[in-house]
Design a protein around this ligand. Structure first.
Ligand SMILES: Nc1ncnc2c1ncn2[C@@H]1O[C@H](COP(=O)(O)OP(=O)(O)OP(=O)(O)O)[C@@H](O)[C@H]1O
Length: 536
């Protein structure tokens, strides 16, 4: 039996399955039904198109994890629209000096032995094979070696043979955040392209933001560093001059820009063999970039192989994805398996909205143990919080869709390199960003969606917190609640994913510090990790 210490709310008359209302400031112990754990201990299954083959892969002994993001409409990635109150959607970049490498974080006291995790049958990083078994060309193997990728993760091991089989077949692949999906499709891209035609686009990768497109370009270049003549270009706003063709065997772009380039005949798609859509649920959602992706697809060769990747595929998008990528092999996760065990999910019960800022400032010391990302709802609040924190002597930067592309690139590069350690942002960076030093994610505003922000945005929550705990590392997420609405929303998110949330109190900073440090200084992301206070 598991227990959760809950906070409680000033507002009257509500209760949730995970948290129960009680008198203000009086924690109450709630029993969490074992049901969710049982469900979690199943999961991850592969559905092959004709025969549904279920492969039990993981038993998530404890839930200590994460979620996601959502998107606006029609525009490329919300860049260059300097609307102060606007919200942004997704995004991510390319990291310098991060990854693989025994997962030793230089900035703080965290060491994860990847080999242990990859031998744990319950881990999404587990695999039975080695890269040698995947019959990859030697130059790609050399690239993996240089990146210190010793063993494939589960998604890489399972998806790659299916993606590379001939005749090519479509693929819809889901795996938790930070488990190597990018590596998986990059290996497919590099294996499929003909390096003797470096200027001829053969693979197109679509991503929801310029940051993620740049990051993916970097991963292709890194894994493909020994592939002679490899040329990878990005198709993002402001990069390709008018009238000039985009040359490269692999093109990574945002859908709006790619669409424009094809229409203006700056992008020769005639020889494209492969279309990859990263963050595919968001990209295909008609509320987001779906329309643009459909238009792009219509302009591509009809027999192109389509690969769709994401950590989340809500049911309504999955139906659509199956139409977009017909007869696809599918690798799916069950709902209760979506969280990453290395992420300890906490929440702070703030006295009221105004005091959220004070709580944030008090957390600053913990945020700089590693690097941190603070997610807020609007560009305007990102700016305001940045200005206030700077005025109060803290070093923070802000990045959102109102900035010019080059500024966004520079801000993210600074964050990757550790020149800046605390980044305030909107959902534009919620998806895909891979910066291994990120040890803390703060949901200053709980992600909401729908008309009037009427419901929690489950996927965005998962993607946001997935900016930490990358590939077996540990991390902490802290979600701020301050009223009934935010409390209920987080409660629903916890229930949706079967998460045990850990409460932090703004009245006891010693305890808060101890709980956070206990996670960040732990030796590795143990599957069963949970602070003693919430253990059975
Ligand atoms: N086989 C591997 N061995 C070691 N490190 C790896 C391996 N595959 C990927 N990585 C590293 O793990 C980190 C996370 O990988 P990646 O960004 O591909 O995750 P993802 O599943 O695409 O995440 P997200 O859901 O956030 O998009 C990266 O730093 C990457 O370099």
């Amino acid at each position: 039996m598991f227990r959760l210490e809950t906070p409680v709310y000033p507002a009257e008359g509500y209760s949730s399955r995970l948290w129960t209302r009680t008198q203000k400031q009086q924690p109450v112990t709630v029993e969490i039904r074992p049901h969710f754990r049982d469900i979690q201990s199943q999961a991850y299954f592969i559905v092959l198109t004709s025969i549904a083959t279920f492969v039990t892969m993981a038993s998530l002994a404890s839930r200590i994890t994460n979620p996601a993001d959502q998107q606006p409409s029609q525009t490329d990635d919300a860049a260059n629209t300097p609307v102060a109150t606007a919200t942004d959607s997704l995004a991510p970049p390319q990291e310098e000096g991060s990854n693989s490498q025994g997962l030793v974080e230089s900035h703080y006291d965290v060491e994860v032995k990847l080999s242990d995790l990859q031998n744990d049958t319950h881990s999404p990083l587990y695999s039975v094979s080695n890269f040698e078994d995947l019959n990859l060309p030697q130059e790609i193997m050399n690239g993996l070696l240089a990146m210190n990728y010793r063993k494939p993760s589960k998604i890489q091991e399972k998806a790659l043979p299916l993606m590379l089989a001939d005749p090519p077949q479509n693929m819809i692949a889901q795996s938790q955040s930070g488990t190597g999906k990018t590596g998986a499709f990059v290996l497919a891209v590099l294996s499929r392209i003909d390096l003797s035609k470096p200027d001829q686009p053969q693979a197109l990768i679509l991503a929801p933001s310029r940051e993620l497109a740049r990051q993916i370009q970097g991963v292709i270049q890194s894994i493909g560093q020994f592939c002679t003549n490899l040329r990878v270009e990005v198709a993002i706003p402001g990069i390709v001059p008018r009238g000039q063709g985009i040359k490269g065997s692999a093109i990574v772009g945002t859908p709006g820009t790619v669409m424009d380039l094809i229409r203006r005949r700056q992008f020769d798609v005639s020889q494209l063999k492969l279309l990859v859509i990263d963050e595919a649920d968001n990209m295909l959602d008609q509320q987001g970039l779906g329309d643009q992706c459909v238009r792009v697809k219509k302009m591509l060769p009809p027999n192109i192989q389509i690969l769709l990747f994401s950590a989340t595929f809500p049911d309504h998008v999955m139906t659509y994805a199956e139409r977009f990528a017909p007869n696809a092999h599918q690798m799916k996760l069950r709902q209760q398996e979506l969280t990453v065990k290395g992420i300890s999910q906490m929440y702070m019960d703030c006295p009221d909205q105004n005091q959220k800022y004070d709580v944030l400032c008090k957390l600053y010391g913990l945020m700089t143990i590693g690097s941190s990302v603070i997610f807020v709802k609007t560009r305007e609040s990102a700016n305001i919080i940045q200005q206030r924190m700077e005025a109060d002597g803290h070093k923070v930067s802000a990045l959102h869709g109102a900035y010019e592309g080059v500024n966004r690139d520079a801000l993210l590069d600074d964050f990757r390199s550790g020149r800046s350690k605390v980044l305030i942002t909107t959902n534009v960076l919620a998806r895909g960003i891979d910066v291994s030093s990120v040890s803390m994610v703060i949901n200053y505003d709980i992600p909401m969606k729908g008309r009037g922000d009427s419901e929690p945005d489950y996927e965005t929550y998962l993607h946001r917190i997935g900016r930490t705990g990358r590939f077996g590392r540990v991390g902490v997420s802290i979600s701020f609640v301050y009223d009934k609405k935010s409390y209920d929303a987080l409660s629903q998110i916890a229930e949706h994913f079967g998460i045990d949330l850990i409460q932090l109190s703004p009245d006891d900073w010693d305890e808060t510090e101890q709980k956070v440090k206990e996670v960040l200084k732990s030796a590795r992301a143990k599957p069963e990790y949970a602070p003693a206070s919430i253990k059975a």
